[in-house]
Design a protein around this ligand. Structure first.
Ligand code: ZN
Ligand code: ZN
Ligand code: ZN
Length: 434
Protein backbone atom coordinates (compact mmCIF):
# COMPACT_ATOMS: atom_id res chain seq x y z
CA UNK A 1 0.00 0.00 0.00
CA UNK A 2 1.24 3.47 -0.74
CA UNK A 3 2.25 5.86 1.99
CA UNK A 4 -0.33 8.51 2.90
CA UNK A 5 -1.02 10.54 -0.17
CA UNK A 6 -1.39 14.27 0.34
CA UNK A 7 -4.45 16.03 -0.93
CA UNK A 8 -3.59 17.35 -4.35
CA UNK A 9 -1.23 14.46 -5.04
CA UNK A 10 -2.97 13.94 -8.36
CA UNK A 11 -0.98 16.94 -9.52
CA UNK A 12 2.17 14.87 -9.01
CA UNK A 13 1.66 11.91 -11.36
CA UNK A 14 4.15 13.65 -13.62
CA UNK A 15 2.06 13.02 -16.72
CA UNK A 16 2.01 9.22 -16.20
CA UNK A 17 0.29 7.51 -19.14
CA UNK A 18 -0.99 4.49 -17.21
CA UNK A 19 -1.55 5.62 -13.61
CA UNK A 20 -2.77 3.23 -10.96
CA UNK A 21 -6.15 4.44 -9.67
CA UNK A 22 -6.82 4.28 -5.95
CA UNK A 23 -9.98 4.72 -3.94
CA UNK A 24 -9.84 5.32 -0.21
CA UNK A 25 -8.76 7.66 2.51
CA UNK A 26 -6.04 8.68 4.93
CA UNK A 27 -6.87 9.73 8.50
CA UNK A 28 -4.40 11.89 10.42
CA UNK A 29 -4.87 11.20 14.12
CA UNK A 30 -3.31 12.94 17.12
CA UNK A 31 -1.25 10.24 18.84
CA UNK A 32 -1.81 11.81 22.27
CA UNK A 33 -5.58 12.41 22.26
CA UNK A 34 -6.79 10.05 19.53
CA UNK A 35 -8.52 13.01 17.91
CA UNK A 36 -9.03 12.99 14.11
CA UNK A 37 -7.13 16.07 12.93
CA UNK A 38 -7.49 15.73 9.20
CA UNK A 39 -9.01 13.34 6.68
CA UNK A 40 -8.10 13.02 3.04
CA UNK A 41 -10.53 11.08 0.90
CA UNK A 42 -10.62 10.40 -2.81
CA UNK A 43 -14.37 11.14 -2.88
CA UNK A 44 -13.62 14.71 -3.93
CA UNK A 45 -11.14 13.77 -6.66
CA UNK A 46 -12.32 13.71 -10.30
CA UNK A 47 -14.10 10.38 -10.80
CA UNK A 48 -13.65 9.62 -7.09
CA UNK A 49 -10.19 8.13 -7.67
CA UNK A 50 -6.65 9.22 -7.03
CA UNK A 51 -4.19 8.50 -9.85
CA UNK A 52 -0.69 7.40 -8.77
CA UNK A 53 2.22 7.33 -11.22
CA UNK A 54 3.09 3.83 -12.50
CA UNK A 55 6.82 4.52 -11.91
CA UNK A 56 7.93 2.16 -14.68
CA UNK A 57 11.49 2.48 -15.93
CA UNK A 58 10.52 1.27 -19.39
CA UNK A 59 10.22 3.97 -21.98
CA UNK A 60 8.04 1.74 -24.19
CA UNK A 61 5.40 1.63 -21.44
CA UNK A 62 5.31 5.11 -20.00
CA UNK A 63 7.75 7.73 -21.32
CA UNK A 64 7.06 10.33 -18.56
CA UNK A 65 7.72 7.85 -15.70
CA UNK A 66 10.73 6.38 -17.52
CA UNK A 67 12.09 9.92 -17.82
CA UNK A 68 11.95 10.36 -14.03
CA UNK A 69 13.73 7.03 -13.60
CA UNK A 70 16.33 8.04 -16.18
CA UNK A 71 16.96 11.41 -14.50
CA UNK A 72 17.33 9.78 -11.05
CA UNK A 73 19.68 7.12 -12.43
CA UNK A 74 21.75 9.87 -14.07
CA UNK A 75 22.06 11.70 -10.74
CA UNK A 76 23.14 8.67 -8.77
CA UNK A 77 25.60 7.45 -11.40
CA UNK A 78 27.15 10.90 -11.69
CA UNK A 79 27.39 11.25 -7.90
CA UNK A 80 29.43 8.03 -7.88
CA UNK A 81 31.85 9.57 -10.38
CA UNK A 82 32.30 13.17 -9.22
CA UNK A 83 30.42 13.40 -5.91
CA UNK A 84 27.24 15.25 -4.99
CA UNK A 85 23.93 14.13 -3.39
CA UNK A 86 25.86 13.42 -0.19
CA UNK A 87 28.85 11.69 -1.84
CA UNK A 88 32.18 13.49 -1.31
CA UNK A 89 33.85 15.04 -4.37
CA UNK A 90 37.09 13.20 -3.48
CA UNK A 91 35.50 10.07 -5.00
CA UNK A 92 36.63 11.51 -8.37
CA UNK A 93 40.25 10.71 -7.41
CA UNK A 94 39.62 6.97 -6.97
CA UNK A 95 40.70 4.66 -9.82
CA UNK A 96 37.61 4.20 -12.00
CA UNK A 97 36.95 2.85 -15.50
CA UNK A 98 34.00 2.29 -17.85
CA UNK A 99 33.90 -1.29 -19.11
CA UNK A 100 31.85 -2.91 -21.86
CA UNK A 101 31.52 -6.69 -21.72
CA UNK A 102 30.05 -8.07 -24.95
CA UNK A 103 28.47 -11.34 -26.06
CA UNK A 104 30.38 -13.66 -28.39
CA UNK A 105 29.39 -14.06 -32.05
CA UNK A 106 26.60 -16.50 -32.87
CA UNK A 107 27.07 -16.17 -36.66
CA UNK A 108 27.62 -13.11 -38.91
CA UNK A 109 25.01 -10.34 -38.79
CA UNK A 110 24.53 -7.19 -40.86
CA UNK A 111 26.37 -4.33 -39.22
CA UNK A 112 27.12 -0.68 -39.80
CA UNK A 113 30.86 -0.17 -39.70
CA UNK A 114 32.59 3.17 -39.56
CA UNK A 115 36.20 4.22 -39.66
CA UNK A 116 37.36 7.83 -39.30
CA UNK A 117 33.81 9.03 -40.00
CA UNK A 118 33.53 6.94 -43.20
CA UNK A 119 30.93 4.17 -43.54
CA UNK A 120 32.48 0.86 -44.59
CA UNK A 121 31.02 -2.19 -46.33
CA UNK A 122 29.13 -4.52 -43.96
CA UNK A 123 31.06 -7.72 -44.68
CA UNK A 124 33.46 -7.28 -47.61
CA UNK A 125 33.58 -9.94 -50.30
CA UNK A 126 34.92 -13.34 -49.57
CA UNK A 127 35.17 -14.91 -52.96
CA UNK A 128 32.18 -17.08 -53.69
CA UNK A 129 31.94 -18.36 -50.14
CA UNK A 130 28.46 -19.56 -49.26
CA UNK A 131 26.94 -21.22 -46.22
CA UNK A 132 25.47 -24.76 -46.33
CA UNK A 133 22.12 -23.14 -47.21
CA UNK A 134 23.60 -21.51 -50.30
CA UNK A 135 23.59 -17.98 -48.90
CA UNK A 136 26.59 -15.75 -49.64
CA UNK A 137 28.77 -14.95 -46.64
CA UNK A 138 29.53 -11.41 -47.75
CA UNK A 139 27.54 -8.18 -47.82
CA UNK A 140 29.00 -5.24 -49.70
CA UNK A 141 26.41 -2.74 -48.53
CA UNK A 142 27.15 0.35 -46.51
CA UNK A 143 24.16 0.18 -44.18
CA UNK A 144 22.43 3.35 -43.04
CA UNK A 145 21.78 3.86 -39.34
CA UNK A 146 18.08 2.99 -39.65
CA UNK A 147 18.51 -0.03 -41.93
CA UNK A 148 16.03 -2.65 -40.69
CA UNK A 149 18.50 -5.44 -41.48
CA UNK A 150 21.07 -4.24 -38.95
CA UNK A 151 21.66 -6.98 -36.37
CA UNK A 152 19.92 -9.61 -38.51
CA UNK A 153 21.89 -12.70 -39.54
CA UNK A 154 23.14 -13.11 -43.12
CA UNK A 155 21.65 -16.61 -42.94
CA UNK A 156 18.99 -17.16 -40.24
CA UNK A 157 19.32 -20.93 -40.62
CA UNK A 158 23.02 -20.73 -39.71
CA UNK A 159 22.44 -18.42 -36.74
CA UNK A 160 23.03 -20.10 -33.38
CA UNK A 161 19.75 -19.08 -31.72
CA UNK A 162 20.20 -21.64 -28.93
CA UNK A 163 23.61 -20.15 -28.11
CA UNK A 164 22.19 -16.62 -28.14
CA UNK A 165 19.29 -17.32 -25.74
CA UNK A 166 21.52 -19.42 -23.45
CA UNK A 167 23.99 -16.53 -23.34
CA UNK A 168 21.19 -14.09 -22.42
CA UNK A 169 19.95 -16.48 -19.74
CA UNK A 170 23.43 -16.98 -18.25
CA UNK A 171 24.73 -13.40 -18.60
CA UNK A 172 23.78 -12.38 -15.02
CA UNK A 173 25.64 -15.43 -13.63
CA UNK A 174 28.61 -14.67 -15.88
CA UNK A 175 28.65 -11.13 -14.45
CA UNK A 176 28.45 -12.47 -10.87
CA UNK A 177 31.40 -14.78 -11.50
CA UNK A 178 33.28 -11.89 -13.12
CA UNK A 179 32.92 -9.72 -10.00
CA UNK A 180 34.16 -12.55 -7.75
CA UNK A 181 37.07 -13.32 -10.08
CA UNK A 182 37.94 -9.63 -10.27
CA UNK A 183 38.45 -9.48 -6.49
CA UNK A 184 40.54 -12.67 -6.56
CA UNK A 185 42.63 -11.33 -9.44
CA UNK A 186 43.27 -8.07 -7.60
CA UNK A 187 44.39 -10.07 -4.55
CA UNK A 188 46.70 -12.24 -6.64
CA UNK A 189 48.21 -9.25 -8.46
CA UNK A 190 48.92 -7.45 -5.20
CA UNK A 191 50.11 -10.57 -3.37
CA UNK A 192 47.41 -10.23 -0.71
CA UNK A 193 44.99 -12.79 0.67
CA UNK A 194 41.32 -12.12 -0.06
CA UNK A 195 40.80 -11.01 3.51
CA UNK A 196 43.82 -8.66 3.49
CA UNK A 197 42.57 -7.17 0.22
CA UNK A 198 39.10 -6.52 1.69
CA UNK A 199 40.79 -4.65 4.56
CA UNK A 200 42.36 -2.22 2.06
CA UNK A 201 40.20 -2.07 -1.07
CA UNK A 202 36.51 -2.13 -1.82
CA UNK A 203 35.35 -2.80 -5.40
CA UNK A 204 32.25 -0.74 -6.24
CA UNK A 205 30.31 -0.91 -9.47
CA UNK A 206 27.19 0.20 -11.28
CA UNK A 207 26.19 -1.80 -14.32
CA UNK A 208 23.50 -1.68 -16.94
CA UNK A 209 22.37 -4.23 -19.53
CA UNK A 210 21.90 -3.17 -23.13
CA UNK A 211 20.27 -5.21 -25.85
CA UNK A 212 22.21 -5.13 -29.04
CA UNK A 213 20.26 -5.17 -32.26
CA UNK A 214 21.30 -8.77 -32.83
CA UNK A 215 19.24 -9.70 -29.75
CA UNK A 216 21.91 -10.42 -27.13
CA UNK A 217 22.62 -8.40 -24.01
CA UNK A 218 25.89 -6.85 -23.20
CA UNK A 219 26.86 -5.00 -20.05
CA UNK A 220 28.28 -1.55 -19.49
CA UNK A 221 29.78 -1.05 -16.06
CA UNK A 222 31.48 1.64 -14.05
CA UNK A 223 34.01 -0.12 -11.82
CA UNK A 224 35.71 1.87 -9.07
CA UNK A 225 38.20 1.05 -6.33
CA UNK A 226 37.56 2.66 -2.93
CA UNK A 227 39.07 2.30 0.49
CA UNK A 228 37.31 -0.33 2.70
CA UNK A 229 34.67 2.16 3.94
CA UNK A 230 33.42 3.01 0.44
CA UNK A 231 33.24 6.24 -1.59
CA UNK A 232 34.29 8.52 1.29
CA UNK A 233 37.43 6.45 1.88
CA UNK A 234 40.52 6.80 -0.34
CA UNK A 235 42.19 3.54 -1.44
CA UNK A 236 45.93 3.09 -0.68
CA UNK A 237 48.24 5.06 -3.01
CA UNK A 238 49.48 1.89 -4.76
CA UNK A 239 45.96 1.20 -6.07
CA UNK A 240 46.09 2.56 -9.63
CA UNK A 241 44.00 2.58 -12.79
CA UNK A 242 46.64 0.32 -14.40
CA UNK A 243 46.13 -2.26 -11.65
CA UNK A 244 42.35 -2.10 -12.04
CA UNK A 245 42.51 -2.33 -15.86
CA UNK A 246 44.83 -5.34 -15.82
CA UNK A 247 42.65 -7.15 -13.29
CA UNK A 248 39.45 -6.49 -15.27
CA UNK A 249 41.08 -7.74 -18.46
CA UNK A 250 42.28 -10.97 -16.81
CA UNK A 251 39.04 -11.62 -14.93
CA UNK A 252 36.83 -11.01 -17.99
CA UNK A 253 38.83 -13.49 -20.07
CA UNK A 254 38.95 -16.11 -17.32
CA UNK A 255 35.28 -16.60 -16.43
CA UNK A 256 32.75 -18.93 -18.01
CA UNK A 257 29.39 -20.54 -17.24
CA UNK A 258 28.70 -24.09 -18.42
CA UNK A 259 25.10 -24.89 -19.29
CA UNK A 260 23.67 -28.31 -18.34
CA UNK A 261 23.60 -30.97 -21.07
CA UNK A 262 20.20 -32.08 -22.32
CA UNK A 263 19.08 -34.54 -25.03
CA UNK A 264 20.14 -33.04 -28.37
CA UNK A 265 21.86 -30.15 -26.63
CA UNK A 266 25.40 -30.73 -25.39
CA UNK A 267 26.72 -28.74 -22.42
CA UNK A 268 28.46 -25.58 -23.53
CA UNK A 269 30.81 -23.12 -21.89
CA UNK A 270 29.62 -19.54 -22.33
CA UNK A 271 32.11 -16.70 -22.09
CA UNK A 272 32.19 -12.98 -22.84
CA UNK A 273 32.93 -11.99 -26.41
CA UNK A 274 36.49 -11.20 -27.43
CA UNK A 275 35.63 -7.52 -27.74
CA UNK A 276 36.40 -6.10 -24.32
CA UNK A 277 36.43 -2.35 -23.97
CA UNK A 278 37.96 -0.65 -20.90
CA UNK A 279 38.04 3.14 -20.91
CA UNK A 280 39.21 5.73 -18.49
CA UNK A 281 36.59 8.26 -17.35
CA UNK A 282 38.15 11.69 -17.77
CA UNK A 283 37.25 15.33 -17.15
CA UNK A 284 37.22 16.12 -20.88
CA UNK A 285 37.10 14.19 -24.15
CA UNK A 286 35.07 11.13 -25.22
CA UNK A 287 34.36 9.55 -21.86
CA UNK A 288 33.46 12.27 -19.41
CA UNK A 289 31.46 11.67 -16.23
CA UNK A 290 28.40 13.34 -17.77
CA UNK A 291 28.57 11.17 -20.90
CA UNK A 292 29.04 7.94 -18.95
CA UNK A 293 26.18 8.83 -16.58
CA UNK A 294 24.06 9.69 -19.63
CA UNK A 295 24.74 6.30 -21.29
CA UNK A 296 23.99 4.29 -18.18
CA UNK A 297 20.80 6.23 -17.45
CA UNK A 298 19.60 5.88 -21.04
CA UNK A 299 20.12 2.11 -21.17
CA UNK A 300 18.49 1.68 -17.76
CA UNK A 301 15.16 2.75 -19.30
CA UNK A 302 15.29 0.51 -22.35
CA UNK A 303 14.74 -3.21 -22.61
CA UNK A 304 14.39 -6.04 -25.10
CA UNK A 305 11.53 -4.39 -26.98
CA UNK A 306 14.17 -2.18 -28.56
CA UNK A 307 15.40 -5.19 -30.52
CA UNK A 308 11.96 -5.69 -32.04
CA UNK A 309 10.41 -8.15 -29.62
CA UNK A 310 7.44 -7.87 -27.24
CA UNK A 311 7.35 -5.90 -24.01
CA UNK A 312 5.09 -8.40 -22.24
CA UNK A 313 5.14 -12.07 -21.33
CA UNK A 314 4.04 -14.64 -23.87
CA UNK A 315 0.98 -16.64 -22.81
CA UNK A 316 -0.30 -20.03 -24.01
CA UNK A 317 -3.00 -18.12 -25.90
CA UNK A 318 -0.38 -16.45 -28.09
CA UNK A 319 0.29 -17.94 -31.50
CA UNK A 320 3.95 -17.56 -32.32
CA UNK A 321 3.24 -16.81 -35.98
CA UNK A 322 0.86 -13.97 -35.05
CA UNK A 323 3.16 -12.12 -32.63
CA UNK A 324 3.88 -8.61 -33.95
CA UNK A 325 7.66 -9.07 -33.89
CA UNK A 326 10.40 -9.30 -36.49
CA UNK A 327 11.42 -12.75 -37.67
CA UNK A 328 14.80 -12.63 -35.88
CA UNK A 329 13.03 -12.07 -32.53
CA UNK A 330 10.43 -14.74 -33.37
CA UNK A 331 13.18 -17.32 -33.85
CA UNK A 332 14.71 -16.41 -30.48
CA UNK A 333 11.28 -16.74 -28.84
CA UNK A 334 10.64 -20.11 -30.54
CA UNK A 335 13.96 -21.47 -29.23
CA UNK A 336 13.22 -20.17 -25.70
CA UNK A 337 9.84 -21.95 -25.74
CA UNK A 338 11.40 -25.16 -27.10
CA UNK A 339 14.41 -25.26 -24.72
CA UNK A 340 12.15 -24.14 -21.86
CA UNK A 341 10.51 -27.59 -21.98
CA UNK A 342 13.79 -29.40 -21.20
CA UNK A 343 13.85 -30.37 -17.51
CA UNK A 344 17.66 -30.01 -17.47
CA UNK A 345 17.32 -26.28 -18.28
CA UNK A 346 14.40 -25.67 -15.91
CA UNK A 347 16.32 -23.20 -13.77
CA UNK A 348 16.93 -20.87 -16.69
CA UNK A 349 13.14 -20.33 -16.97
CA UNK A 350 13.50 -19.76 -20.70
CA UNK A 351 9.77 -20.04 -21.51
CA UNK A 352 8.76 -17.43 -18.92
CA UNK A 353 11.39 -15.02 -20.27
CA UNK A 354 10.95 -15.80 -23.96
CA UNK A 355 9.73 -12.24 -24.62
CA UNK A 356 13.09 -11.01 -23.26
CA UNK A 357 14.91 -13.50 -25.51
CA UNK A 358 15.97 -15.45 -22.43
CA UNK A 359 17.40 -12.63 -20.28
CA UNK A 360 15.78 -12.46 -16.84
CA UNK A 361 18.25 -10.25 -15.02
CA UNK A 362 17.94 -6.71 -13.77
CA UNK A 363 18.68 -3.97 -16.23
CA UNK A 364 20.52 -1.82 -13.81
CA UNK A 365 22.32 -2.99 -10.69
CA UNK A 366 24.79 -1.41 -8.31
CA UNK A 367 27.01 -2.67 -5.56
CA UNK A 368 25.87 -1.43 -2.17
CA UNK A 369 28.48 1.30 -1.77
CA UNK A 370 28.53 2.69 -5.31
CA UNK A 371 26.57 5.89 -4.62
CA UNK A 372 23.32 7.15 -3.15
CA UNK A 373 20.27 4.99 -3.88
CA UNK A 374 17.22 5.61 -6.07
CA UNK A 375 15.19 5.26 -2.87
CA UNK A 376 16.99 8.15 -1.16
CA UNK A 377 16.55 10.37 -4.25
CA UNK A 378 12.81 9.53 -4.24
CA UNK A 379 12.54 10.22 -0.50
CA UNK A 380 14.13 13.65 -1.05
CA UNK A 381 11.58 14.41 -3.76
CA UNK A 382 8.66 13.24 -1.59
CA UNK A 383 9.85 15.48 1.25
CA UNK A 384 10.12 18.38 -1.17
CA UNK A 385 6.59 17.75 -2.50
CA UNK A 386 5.26 17.57 1.05
CA UNK A 387 6.77 20.96 1.88
CA UNK A 388 5.26 22.37 -1.28
CA UNK A 389 1.83 20.90 -0.49
CA UNK A 390 1.94 22.35 3.04
CA UNK A 391 3.07 25.76 1.80
CA UNK A 392 0.27 25.76 -0.80
CA UNK A 393 -2.31 24.84 1.86
CA UNK A 394 -3.05 21.47 0.23
CA UNK A 395 -1.99 19.44 3.24
CA UNK A 396 -2.01 20.18 7.01
CA UNK A 397 1.37 20.78 8.61
CA UNK A 398 1.30 18.07 11.26
CA UNK A 399 4.12 16.89 13.47
CA UNK A 400 5.16 13.52 12.01
CA UNK A 401 6.49 12.55 15.48
CA UNK A 402 3.07 12.63 17.15
CA UNK A 403 0.62 12.11 14.28
CA UNK A 404 -0.68 8.65 13.42
CA UNK A 405 -1.74 8.10 9.85
CA UNK A 406 -4.28 5.37 9.20
CA UNK A 407 -4.88 4.60 5.55
CA UNK A 408 -7.44 2.49 3.74
CA UNK A 409 -6.70 2.19 0.03
CA UNK A 410 -8.27 0.02 -2.65
CA UNK A 411 -6.99 -0.63 -6.14
CA UNK A 412 -9.50 0.71 -8.61
CA UNK A 413 -7.92 -0.05 -11.98
CA UNK A 414 -5.64 1.66 -14.43
CA UNK A 415 -6.10 5.17 -15.69
CA UNK A 416 -6.90 5.86 -19.29
CA UNK A 417 -3.79 7.23 -20.85
CA UNK A 418 -4.26 10.80 -21.99
CA UNK A 419 -3.95 10.64 -25.76
CA UNK A 420 -5.10 7.02 -26.12
CA UNK A 421 -5.28 7.96 -29.79
CA UNK A 422 -1.48 7.92 -30.06
CA UNK A 423 -0.09 5.04 -32.14
CA UNK A 424 0.89 2.10 -29.91
CA UNK A 425 4.59 1.42 -29.33
CA UNK A 426 4.98 -2.11 -30.56
CA UNK A 427 7.76 -4.50 -31.31
CA UNK A 428 9.52 -3.76 -34.57
CA UNK A 429 9.27 -0.01 -34.22
CA UNK A 430 12.25 1.98 -33.08
CA UNK A 431 12.13 2.81 -29.39
CA UNK A 432 11.77 6.44 -28.41
CA UNK A 433 15.11 7.93 -27.58
CA UNK A 434 17.13 5.16 -29.22
ZN1 ZN B 1 3.75 6.09 -15.66
ZN1 ZN C 1 25.01 -6.22 -44.50
ZN1 ZN D 1 23.12 -20.85 -43.78
Amino acid sequence: MPSPVPAGASRHTGGCLQPVLLRGRADYIDGGTGELIHRYTTVHEPGGVLPIACKTRRVSRCPPCAEIYRADTYQLIRAGLTGGKGILATVADHPCVFVTLTAPSFSPVHARREKDGRVLACRPRRKGKTCPHGIGLSCGEKHSRDDQRLGEPLCPDCYDYAGAVLFNACAPELWRRFTITLRRTLARQTGLTGKALDAQIRVSYAKVAEYQRRGVVHFHAIIRLDGPAGPADAPPAWVTVALLTAAIDQAARAVSVTTPAAPGLPARALTWGRQLDIRLITASGDMTDTKVAGYVAKYATKAAECTGTLDRRITPADRLADLPVRDHARRHIAVCLRLGKLPQLKELRLAAWAHMLGFRGHFSTKSRAYSVTLGSLRADRTAHQREYAIAAGLQPDLDPGTTLIVTDWHYSGRGDPPGADLPPLRGGQPCPGS
